[in-house]
Write a protein that binds this ligand. Structure first.
Ligand code: CP
Length: 312
C-alpha cells in the first residue's frame, strides 16, 4: 500500500482494493471515537478547510462532524456567494491562500477536474467532496462500507444502480470501486436518456466486470442484493426540455416492493438527497438503508482525515 499521509483523495480510481479494504477497516474502528462522550484528541491542533462551491448537506456536515469528533477544528466556505469567488477569484488563487489557514482541505466544485487542480497548487492534502459529474470518491467509500457491514462481504453481490446514471457522480465512483471486487454483477437501470456513459462502460469492460442495462427494475429486482437509487440531477442538464422528458420517469415505492418480492436480505440505498424517487413509506420497510449510509459517512470521513493527516 502507498502511505496515506499527505495523500490527496481525488478519485476512487487512485485506490487499490487492498487500500479500500484498509480504509473500511479503519472506518469501523472510528465508531468508538464517534460514540464516546469525550472527543478523541487524535486530530487536536489540526484544522480542516471545508470549501463547498456547490450545495451539500451530508458531505459537508459529515466531514465537519468527523473533524470535531476527532478533536480538530473547521473553517469553511459553505456559501460561495459570500466568498471571493463571487468577486471573480479563480480556484487556484483561493486554494493557494486557504492552504496557509488549514492542514487539510475538502472541496466540492461543479467543474470536472476541480479537485485535481486544487491538489496541484496545494501543499496540504486535498479531499474531493464531489467534482463535476464524475467523481465522488468518499461517497463511494461510505457506500462500500454500508454494503460490507450489511453483507459481511462485497464479493459476489448483484447490485443495481438506478436513475440518473449520466449526470450522477456517485454511481460512477461506486461502479469503479465495485469493479475491484470479485464476481460482482452490476445492473444499470435508467431511462435511455440517462444511460451510463460509454467511457465508464468501456472502462468496466476493460476490468472484466459483468454488467447489464435495463430501462426499468421489474425484470431483475428479485435477483438483486442491493438497489442503489439516485436523484435526477436537474441542475446538470444543459437543456431544461431534456429534463422535462425524464422528470418523474422512475419511482421505487412500497407497492413496487410488495409486488416484486425482493430477497429477504435485499437492501435499498441512496446517496441522498432524494426528491421523489423513493416513496417515504419505504423508509419503514426492512430494506431501507439510506439513513444508515449517511451515518457511515461520518466514520469513513473520520478515518480519511486521520489517515491523510498521518494520525493512523
Ligand atoms: N450524498 C451527498 O453527496 O449528499 P450531499 O449533496 O448532501 O452532500
Amino acid at each position: 500500500m502507498r502511505p496515506f499521509k499527505n495523500r490527496d483523495i481525488i478519485s476512487i480510481k487512485d485506490f487499490t482494493r487492498e487500500e479500500i479494504d484498509y480504509i473500511l477497516e479503519k472506518s469501523n474502528e472510528m465508531e468508538v471515537h464517534y460514540k464516546s462522550d469525550t472527543p478523541s484528541m487524535l486530530l487536536a491542533g489540526k484544522i480542516l478547510g471545508s470549501l463547498f462551491f456547490e450545495p451539500s448537506t451530508r458531505t459537508r456536515l459529515s466531514f465537519e462532524s468527523a473533524m470535531h469528533k476527532l478533536g480538530g477544528r473547521v473553517i469553511s466556505v459553505s456559501n460561495p456567494e459570500f466568498s471571493s469567488a463571487a468577486k471573480g477569484e479563480n480556484l487556484s488563487d483561493t486554494i493557494s491562500c486557504i492552504q496557509s489557514y488549514c492542514d487539510v482541505i475538502v472541496i466540492r466544485h461543479k467543474l470536472e477536474g476541480s479537485s485535481m487542480l486544487a491538489a496541484e497548487v496545494s501543499n496540504v492534502p486535498i479531499i474531493c467532496g464531489g467534482s463535476g459529474t464524475k467523481e465522488h470518491p468518499t461517497q463511494a467509500l461510505l457506500d462500500l462500507l454500508t454494503i460490507k457491514n450489511e453483507f459481511e462481504k462485497i464479493d459476489g453481490l448483484k447490485i443495481g444502480l438506478a436513475g440518473d446514471l449520466k449526470y450522477g457522480r456517485t454511481v460512477k465512483s461506486l461502479a469503479y470501486a465495485l469493479s475491484l471486487y470479485n464476481n460482482i454483477e452490476l445492473y444499470f437501470i435508467s431511462p435511455p436518456l440517462l444511460k451510463m456513459r460509454d467511457d465508464v462502460l468501456k472502462s468496466l469492460n476493460d476490468s472484466g466486470i459483468r454488467y447489464h442495462e435495463y430501462e426499468n427494475v421489474e425484470p431483475i429486482l428479485s435477483k438483486l442484493d442491493v438497489l442503489y437509487a439516485t436523484r435526477i440531477q436537474k441542475e446538470r442538464f444543459p437543456d431544461p426540455s431534456e429534463y422535462q422528458k425524464v422528470s418523474g420517469s422512475y419511482r421505487f415505492d412500497k407497492k413496487l416492493f410488495e409486488r416484486l418480492k425482493p430477497k429477504d436480505t435485499f437492501i435499498i440505498m441512496h446517496p441522498l438527497p432524494r426528491v421523489n424517487e423513493i416513496g417515504y413509506e419505504v423508509d419503514k420497510m426492512p430494506y431501507a438503508r439510506y439513513f444508515k449510509q449517511a451515518y457511515y459517512g461520518v466514520l469513513v470521513r473520520m478515518a480519511l482525515l486521520a489517515l491523510v493527516l498521518g494520525k493512523i
